[in-house]
Design a protein around this ligand. Structure first.
Ligand code: DAH
Length: 344
């Protein structure tokens, strides 16, 4: 038995000498020294020996397995160091190299302006309607009919509104006001909502006008809402958005879906003397239309005008951004010139 052990020892030793890598070492350990390895197979025979032989052969077996363990450990360590050194030679990190520039995207000024306006109204108790209640491809029914816009109103003309080809009565919405109707159809008063989104108009494009732009619609319906509430909310919005020092004015106006109606102007800051191409030299720029929701509109959605009243407004996001950052051409928002966008 001792001879068997010696043979295994010698073969293990020669394997170890021939080993080249850490995984060779692991294999040898498995082959000879693991629970199912060759030494254990022999050691099982120890129990059949005399007590005397058990002691001497047992001691011998222990001695040679320990020796092998030690050889394996030493080789493993040596290979480990060698492999590590090789790796370090190739993977050297040069800490003197300058870092890589990773360009960072910026939030588009219209997105950040919209977010800012939305958050102001949220703080005033308005919530944002879900996007299904504010579709960009809309029916004439929501974009015009339910808003009390007469069948022969010029806004319905193809010169002003884009109609979807081959689909009768379907338009790219020309205003976010249709969201008011969706909101009132889906919710009982009190209703206090805003709805931001894109609108489309068949315009000649210039510094003031684009054929699509963005609006934020607002609607507040409850018992006893008055024009005073309208002015209070919008003045508070202006004060927070522009700061207290920017002159504004309410001007009476007309919209089919509000009565009375008004527009809110903010003093133009793009004027450099006469002939300002943004405000046309008037010194004022209209940023929103508003008014008390027309009785006909309330009746149309089944809200009793004897019980409820409310106000609505629709503001232009581009105008508000232009007036805050002194941007004198609406087209800058849409032609994706990085030199412009990087300033925000
Ligand atoms: N929809 C109007 C427009 O695009 C703006 C407007 C005026 C919205 C009065 C309103 C409103 O909600 O009450 O010019």
């Amino acid at each position: 038995m001792k001879e068997q052990l010696e043979n295994i020892y010698n073969s293990a030793k020669s394997d170890i000498e021939k080993a080249q890598t850490i995984s060779d070492i692991d294999e040898i350990r498995l082959k000879y020294l693991s629970r199912k390895g060759e030494f254990n197979a022999i050691k099982k025979g120890l129990k059949d020996l005399s007590d005397e032989d058990k002691r001497t052969v047992g001691a011998f077996a222990n001695k040679i397995t320990q020796e092998l363990e030690e050889m394996l450990r030493a080789k493993h360590e040596a290979f480990y160091q060698k492999e590590l050194n090789e790796k370090l030679k190739h993977d050297r990190i040069d800490i003197t190299l300058s870092g890589k520039f990773i360009p960072q995207g910026k939030v588009h000024p219209l997105t950040s302006t919209t977010e800012e306006i939305v958050s102001i109204f949220q703080n005033l108790g308005f919530s944002v309607v879900s996007s299904e209640l504010s579709p960009e491809v809309e029916t004439e029914y929501y974009n015009f009919d339910m808003l009390n816009v007469p069948k022969d109103h010029p806004a319905r003309d193809v010169q002003d509104t884009f109609y979807v080809k081959g689909m009768d009565g379907v338009v790219l919405r020309s205003q976010t006001s249709g969201a008011q109707i969706h909101a009132m159809e889906n919710q009982k008063p009190p209703i206090k909502v805003i709805s931001p989104g894109r609108v489309y108009r068949n315009e000649n494009i210039n510094a003031r006008k684009n054929n699509f732009f963005h609006q934020i619609e607002g609607l507040y319906i409850d018992k006893g809402i008055t024009f005073g509430d309208l002015k209070g909310v919008l003045n508070e919005f202006i004060r927070i958005y522009f700061g207290a020092s920017r002159p504004t004015r309410f001007r009476s106006s007309f919209f089919p879906f509000t009565e009375p109606s008004a527009e809110l102007d903010v003093q133009c800051i793009m004027c450099h003397g006469d002939g300002c191409r943004i405000c046309g030299g008037t010194g004022w720029l209209e940023i929103l239309g508003c008014g008390m929701v027309d009785v006909n509109v309330l009746k149309g959605v089944g809200i009793d005008p004897e019980v409820y009243s409310g106000f609505a407004f629709g503001m232009g996001v581009e105008r508000l951004a232009m007036l805050k950052y002194a941007i004198d051409d609406i087209r800058l928002f849409f032609n994706n010139d990085k030199r412009f966008l990087e300033q925000f």
